[in-house]
Design a protein around this ligand. Structure first.
Ligand code: ADP
Length: 326
């Protein structure tokens, strides 16, 4: 980190799991760089394209019309080759060949780890931007895509609630989030779920069944149970509940629909602010950082801090699901 001469040519990639709003970040990174008088190119398919030299020229026009589109126009991928020294050497050679002086990486913690290695091993100036529906990245209250993914799941569950009510059924709904429950807890709160199971906090299915029985006695006609994919399989939870309560139960796995769709206005504004800041800082000579937002304010942290700190779930938020289900 530190002030260095201003960079004249940078590149941008989207990497790892895709997230709605990545396009909005690319647009912000590109237009900020152009406004500063720098050149910018993109590489497709994240680190894979960096190794394979899959570059694309980027202009203000080429990022026009993508603000509201889900997915990423630069495509994304996982790149096992980049985990090897040989792969990273090739990637670095390509950056040198193009005269690239700095790289913006948009992705999850894996992608940020890759960016840090480029910076550590080759002194390539890098700037990371948190783009992940999982929201499991430290140093930022939100990563780009989380808000949209939560909204998408809530919209689907609101519909499921209607049919659950009509048939007086228990619905177990599995949401994404890899090995954490950030999506699950927010979704559960926003759709008024009767229970939420996440990997970070132990749960007992017998207790869930007991609560369901009590709710039924109180006259609750339908129940929604949100399960984080890292906590259990929805099918197993549904089977257990049906067997131990005798209630009619169904399950739904929302799956990859949570990754797509038009980014929410929250994600668009977040993407714009983070993209512009990352581009500015990289061009000004800062490196080895991730930009984020904490308490509404933009921040920049060393990647070593971000990657060395675990983002933890707020147990009070999970407790609120139970309180609201009373
Ligand atoms: P995400 O960025 O969504 O967390 P991954 O964990 O799959 O997704 O990481 C995306 C890519 O980042 C990997 O396919 C790999 O190319 C690169 N990467 C992840 N971790 C490392 C690492 N420790 N060293 C080098 N590259 C890494």
């Amino acid at each position: 980190m530190g002030i260095a001469p201003e960079l004249k040519k940078i590149a941008v990639i989207t990497s790892g799991g895709d997230a709605p709003g990545m396009n909005a970040v690319v647009r912000a990174v590109v237009r900020t760089a152009l406004a500063r008088g720098a050149e910018i190119i993109g590489f497709e398919h994240g680190f894979r394209g960096l190794i394979g030299d899959e570059f694309v020229e980027l202009s203000s026009k080429s990022v026009g019309g993508i603000l509201s589109q889900g997915g990423t126009l630069l495509h994304t991928a996982r790149s096992p080759e980049f985990r090897s020294a040989e792969g990273r050497n090739q990637a670095h050679d390509n950056l040198v060949e193009h005269g690239i002086e700095g790289l913006v990486v948009i992705g999850g913690d894996g992608s940020l780890s890759g960016a840090k290695r480029l910076s550590d091993e080759f002194r390539v100036p890098v700037m990371g931007i948190p783009g992940s529906i999982d929201n499991d990245i430290s140093g930022t209250d939100f990563s780009v895509g989380f808000d949209t993914a939560v909204n998408t799941a809530v919209e689907a569950i609101d519909k499921i609630r209607d049919t659950a009510y009509s048939h007086e059924r228990v619905f177990v709904i599995e949401v994404m989030g890899r090995n954490n429950g950030f999506i699950a807890v927010d979704v559960a709160l926003a759709c008024g779920a009767e229970a939420c199971l996440i990997p970070e906090i132990p749960y007992r299915l017998e207790e869930v069944c007991e609560n369901l029985r009590n709710m039924r006695k109180r006259g609750k006609r339908s129940s929604i149970i949100v399960v984080a994919e890292g906590a259990a399989r929805a099918a197993d939870v549904q089977e257990y509940i049906a067997k131990h309560t005798g209630f009619e139960a169904r399950y739904t796995v929302l799956g990859h629909m949570q990754r797509g769709g038009r980014p929410s206005s929250f994600d668009r504004v977040l993407a714009l602010r983070l993209g512009a800041m990352a581009s500015e800082r990289l061009l000004s000579g800062f490196s080895g950082e991730m930009v984020g937002v904490l308490g509404g304010n933009l921040v920049a942290h060393p990647l070593s801090y971000v990657l060395g700190t675990e983002r933890t779930i707020d147990p009070d938020k999970l407790h609120l699901v139970d309180v609201m289900a009373q």
